[in-house]
Design a binder for this molecule. Sequence first.
Ligand SMILES: Nc1ncnc2c1ncn2[C@@H]1O[C@H](COP(=O)(O)OP(=O)(O)OP(=O)(O)O)[C@@H](O)[C@H]1O
Length: 304
Amino acid sequence: MVTLAARTESRSAVRPEITAASGTPPLISFRDVHQVFQLRGKRAERGSAAGAREVVALQGVSAEISAGQFVALVGASGCGKTTMLNMLAGLVQPTSGEVTLLGRAPELPNMDIGYMFARDALLPWRSARKNVELPLETRGWAPAKRRERAREMLDLVGLSGRESQYRLQLSQGMRQRAALARTLAPDPSILLMDEPFAALDARTKLTLQAEFLRIWEQHQGSDTRKTVIFVTHDLQEAVLLADRVIVMLPNPGRIADDGVVDLPRPRAEDLGEIQFSDEFKRIHHDLFERLEGAIGDRPPRGAS
Ligand SMILES: Nc1ncnc2c1ncn2[C@@H]1O[C@H](COP(=O)(O)OP(=O)(O)OP(=O)(O)O)[C@@H](O)[C@H]1O
């Protein structure tokens, strides 16, 4: 059943199935979060010409995310998606409001978090294997254990045989695979993914989406399932991968819609077909309408 139910107006009452069980604090909580960045230097000069020396990156953002949920943050450039990830990573403190991870303000560094970016960010002077070993080094793993884990992870993402190659010798798709292996290697329980597949061609993107989902869905229904916050511009990608889609709007950055995607799981093996299914099209269309409605500052068609 399609249940893109929780709309802007009812955002404070997030649907019961996506809130934590009563008595259990949510893993992640944003409470009335505002983020204002002061512009300096040339940006401020440009801004002042337009009458603004600051950017309201987030305004009144509230959301709760339970452990094990796969949440997509979707929206146009500048609506504050990366800022939300950076807050969870402890890189940005909110101007006002509260962000908590297991009831506490996020701290830096947090070894339970894996952060993956749109561009691979592989260190060019390190081989693929050495890149994957990097987060294990910072966590103090012994060299032999690191090597073994890196090989295992590169194998998992289809890069066995490429261990000793460097960034320049790898295609963009291979670099993203290596970056995915590096993110997953220390087995973090929370994955912050900032447009991880945006730089890929459509075919490679679908392959990597499926491989990532296969790895994530292995732990389906167990306590070890990772919580994923997945930033994307691509509504289709959001519906295909996530359990829940939070749609954001810019100027100021805010949540426009927040709903559950009730497509069956596991999906990894059928992603190619799912995107052509009637159910997928219906959810995608519904979300698109809601987004258009929010952009136009008018209720979407069919809303009462
Ligand atoms: N450190 C900073 N200093 C000043 N402005 C910032 C800073 N970080 C973000 N911003 C501004 O805040 C707004 C939100 O930025 P953010 O990167 O979170 O958006 P986004 O939705 O992730 O955008 P994109 O999809 O383009 O990555 C933008 O206008 C951006 O220019």
